[in-house]
Design a protein around this ligand. Sequence first.
Ligand code: HEM
Length: 463
Amino acid sequence: MKLATVATQLAPMPMQAPGPPITWNPFRVASTMSSYFAKPLEFVGEHFDRYGDIFQLRLGPGRFFFSRSPEHFHEVLVKKADSFSKGQRSGNVFREGLVALDGDIWRESARAVQPHFSRSAVEGQFETMRRLTRSLLDTCQPGVSVELDQLIARLTLDIVCQTLLAQQMDQNLLDRLLLQLDVVERSVDSFDPIPLWVPTRRHLEFARAFREIDRAVNELVRREQRSEQHTLLSDLVKTMPIHSRRNARKIRDQITALYFGGYRTSAHALVWIWYLLSEHPEVEQKLQEEVDLTLAGKEPTVEDLPRLKYVSAVVTESLRLRSPSHLVERVAKNDVQIGQFTIPAGSEVFLHIYWMQHDPRWYPEPNRFLPERRIESGPAYCPFGIGKRQCIAKGFAIQEISLAVAMMAQRFRVKIAPGFMPDPQTLITYGLRPPVPATLVPRQRTNGRCPVARGVVSAAQSV
Ligand code: HEM
């Protein structure tokens, strides 16, 4: 017998991934969908408990695979990445933005955008990030109740706008954009089976919001054309001259997708961090001691950030415990084998970051917030994805988040309103459902030891 034949016989046969039986019954399909929509994380977590690291749902003609295995992440996103495309659903929101594109069009757009996220470009954006964080903190009135989510969303949207487009947005436009981007995310869920052209109430709301966003972004693009500055937008216009309507649309989509992807994820990350700190005063105290000792009352510089090791540990652990991207989605272009399982062409694959990062095999006591744990970057830790389609702005996001945490911790304690019940919201991104009421309580630096953090001082006492 030939060696190759023996090898083939010994190789494990591809298998079907486990999962509930296929159903064609429209009521069962609808009931499965509504169970998913009602509690997406719990639904998926219970299926992992029942079936193991991978399971499939077969709903009529649709085939959906969910995995929490680091090996599967590596195979789908790195080793066999060419066998998968991004899929239609992300296209609904990101349209012709980088995050939704495939093949040569993606490569071409990535080439235009990447230089703006290089290490030196991101360091060059540090001063703008610091200025915007400072102005936001200057406007915060001590002791006055604020909606933390709104405050932070304004900051991260403003940062995307002023670093990548060098444009100052007036407050009114910023608020309108925030409102509409919020509607877009709420109206389209990554598991919605109804095509967008069907005029459901959610889809009509979605179309209305996008019309407003397009109007605002077109206005920014028009303004940018008159400006002399070298920005991401001016580079896009160079690669795609704007006089064709198609190019104008592509540019608008790139900018909208950057807004959406850029402000929302970082905003959720920051709100989660302040919520977790408010729940863990001992961690908050260590963080304050580090910023006090290391910065000695000065604002952080770009050189200071790598020295703030505990700030970095807090950010890393928060992105493990509460990753704003809870999953990444792909569609199999052809039949492909992942581990010992066959994924048929056309199937949708959901790689579940949240559940992988909550797996006790990789993280003992996975539900505890422990910045002291050693986290290795690798397939079991990937809040920014992995492979060639991982987050283009990972360095940008880490810099803006760490800077905002350090600057806020220098000046304030964030006290979440007593009685606030955290209600996580799992849409395209994973965040706390707004509003998140909080009070900013000023704090004093005292030789690296902060009295406010040692005992719980009420807002009224310290204001
Ligand atoms: C905590 C903050 C952030 C998290 C957790 C995050 C997460 C991710 C993830 C998981 C992906 C990969 C999606 C996939 O493989 O399908 C991604 C892609 C992307 N992200 Fe981020 N992101 C963050 C911040 C940002 C920011 C601030 C920007 C822009 C200013 C941004 C722009 C993008 C873009 C353009 C892509 C698509 C890259 C490509 O497909 O080539 N992200 N992000």
